[in-house]
Structure formats: structure tokens, C-alpha cells
Ligand binder design. Structure first.
Ligand code: BJW
Length: 225
């Protein structure tokens, strides 16, 4: 076995105190997606959107990785081949746990993006609408987050990993949001063994060879160690 591709979602960070999106009382119960997670929402009210991500950046900065994140970092260290973590999460808990190969397909709270020239740079803890881009001097800074209708990052590289993975593991994601929700089908087609870790089967649950029900902080250490 040479490659393990791992997709993570909000569920892996839930026990680190970061809210998921679609649970009762989750982020989408408190904020309208159209307002805070679309380019149109940002154009309408940049202050609301910047403040939403400022609050989440502050919360993520205080959060610590849990046993699920740590188990994946141990897997990378112990496994003879390649372990790739493809995360939909915008926190940095995989990095804090020690994972080295992490791809943030939906962007990162720690990063700012210039809407004028696409330059990316480390975000200050508190961003403000109209912050200046250090590369082109436009007042066009925005959170470096992939909103609905935008292209997720690194898709070519991600599809190459899925096509060459021996094992595909999906952890703590509900399978509502594409293209990530289609990764299990892609990996299966390429011949990977597939396993899901979740509190309950996701929308894509029927496509996995194996489902480990339970909290990722408990099921991942059992899988890895
Ligand atoms: C636990 C647990 C514990 C809890 N242990 N588990 C019709 C068909 C197909 C596609 C579309 C369509 N109409 C529109 C689209 C496209 C759209 C889309 O998918 N819409 C759907 C809603 C239908 N997608 C896009 O626009 C994307 N771009 C795109 O498609 O570009 C074109 C393209 C095409 C082809 C190839 C490439 C590109 C962009 C999507 C951007 C998503 N952005 C967000 C917000 C920004 C980030 C942020 O603010 O943080 O990303 S939305 C939000 O959902 C966030 C998440 O990353 C994402 C996924 O959520 P996740 O992680 O699954 O969280 P939850 O809350 O849904 O689930 C948590 C799970 O954890 C649950 O299952 C729990 O049970 C579990 N859990 N505790 C284990 N302790």
C-alpha cells in the first residue's frame, strides 16, 4: 500500500469546540449561507462577512487539536507511503497536530486573498473591509475562503491523489457539498478501499466499503494505532 487519501470535514474539529455547519444549532442555523458564504453576500455587505470570519478566526486561534487530528498526524509519521489530508476545514488543527501534507480545498482563516489580483498573504487576526493588498495596493482584501459558486483550491492535484490512492478515508463530513461529496465515487472508480468515519452515515454512506460510527476522536485512534 502506497497512498492514503483522507478527506476531512467540520466533524473532526467538533470536539475541539468548533461548530459544524448543518447540525441543529450549527453555523447555518445561525447565519444565512447567502449572506456569509457567497461572493454576492460579500459584495452586498462586506463588513458582515469580514466580521463573521474574524469571529471564527479568533475562535480557531484558541482551539486545540483533538485525538482525531493527532491520530492522523501519527498515521503520516508511521506509514511507509504517502498520507495526504484534503480538508474542507478552514481551521489549522491538522497542522497544529503535526500533519505535514494538508491541502485546504476551501481556503484558510489564516490567509487573506486579494479580490483584484488573487495574491494570498497571512491574514491579520482582525481583517477590515477595504484592507489593502500588499501586492497590488488595491483595497480589495477578503477572507481567503472558498464560497459557494467559487472553484475550490488544488482540484487537479486532489483528483490525481484520488486516482492513485489505495485507501480513501472520509471523516466528519456530511456529503452535502460538491466537489468533495464526489470524492468517494472518484476514489472507488480508481480502485481504492473506502472507509467513512462519522457519527452517522453521510449522504454518500452507501458508497463506502466500511463505515466506522462514532466520534472521530475515538474511532480514528483505533483505526490508526
Ligand atoms: C462528526 C462529529 C464527530 C459531527 N466525529 N463526525 C448541485 C449538484 C452538485 C453541485 C452543486 C449543485 N448546486 C450547486 C452546486 C455546487 C456547490 C454545492 O455543492 N452545493 C450543494 C449545497 C448542492 N458547490 C460549490 O459551489 C463549490 N464549488 C464548486 O462546485 O465549483 C465548481 C466545480 C465543479 C467541479 C469540480 C470542481 C469545482 C464550492 C463549495 C464551497 C463550500 N464552502 C463552505 C463555506 C466556506 C468555508 C467556511 O466558512 O468554513 O465550506 S460551505 C461549508 O460546507 C464549508 C464546509 O467545508 C462544507 C462542508 O461541510 P461539512 O464539513 O461536511 O460539515 P457539515 O456540518 O455539513 O457536516 C458535519 C459532519 O460531521 C456531519 O455528518 C456530522 O454527523 C459529523 N460529525 N461531529 C465524527 N465528533
Amino acid at each position: 500500500m502506497k497512498k492514503i487519501a483522507i478527506l476531512t470535514g467540520a466533524g473532526i474539529s467538533a470536539e475541539s469546540g468548533l461548530g459544524t455547519f448543518r447540525a441543529e444549532g450549527g453555523l447555518w442555523a445561525q447565519h444565512r449561507i447567502e449572506d456569509v458564504a457567497t461572493p454576492e453576500g460579500f459584495a452586498r455587505d462586506p463588513r458582515l462577512v469580514v466580521n463573521f470570519y474574524n469571529a471564527r478566526r479568533a475562535q480557531a486561534a484558541k482551539a486545540e487539536p483533538n485525538e482525531g487530528h493527532r491520530a492522523l498526524a501519527r498515521l503520516e509519521e508511521a506509514f511507509g507511503g504517502e498520507v495526504i489530508v484534503i480538508t474542507q476545514n478552514v481551521d489549522d488543527l491538522h497542522e497544529k497536530a503535526g500533519s505535514q501534507k494538508v491541502m485546504h480545498m476551501h481556503g484558510a482563516l489564516k490567509s487573506a486573498l486579494c479580490a483584484a489580483c488573487d495574491h494570498r498573504w497571512p491574514a491579520p487576526l482582525v481583517m477590515a473591509p477595504g484592507d489593502i493588498c500588499p501586492a497590488c495596493n488595491s483595497p480589495a482584501a477578503r477572507p481567503d475562503i472558498v464560497w459557494f459558486g467559487e472553484m475550490p483550491y488544488d482540484m487537479d492535484e486532489i483528483f490525481e491523489h484520488l486516482a492513485s490512492a489505495d485507501v480513501f478515508a472520509s471523516i466528519g463530513t456530511s456529503g452535502n457539498v460538491y466537489p468533495a461529496a464526489g470524492f468517494v465515487a472518484e476514489a472507488r472508480r480508481a480502485g481504492a478501499q473506502t472507509v467513512e468515519f462519522n457519527l452517522e452515515p453521510s449522504l454518500q454512506g452507501s458508497q463506502f466499503d466500511d463505515i466506522r460510527i462514532g466520534s472521530a476522536s475515538e474511532t480514528l485512534p483505533v483505526w490508526v494505532d
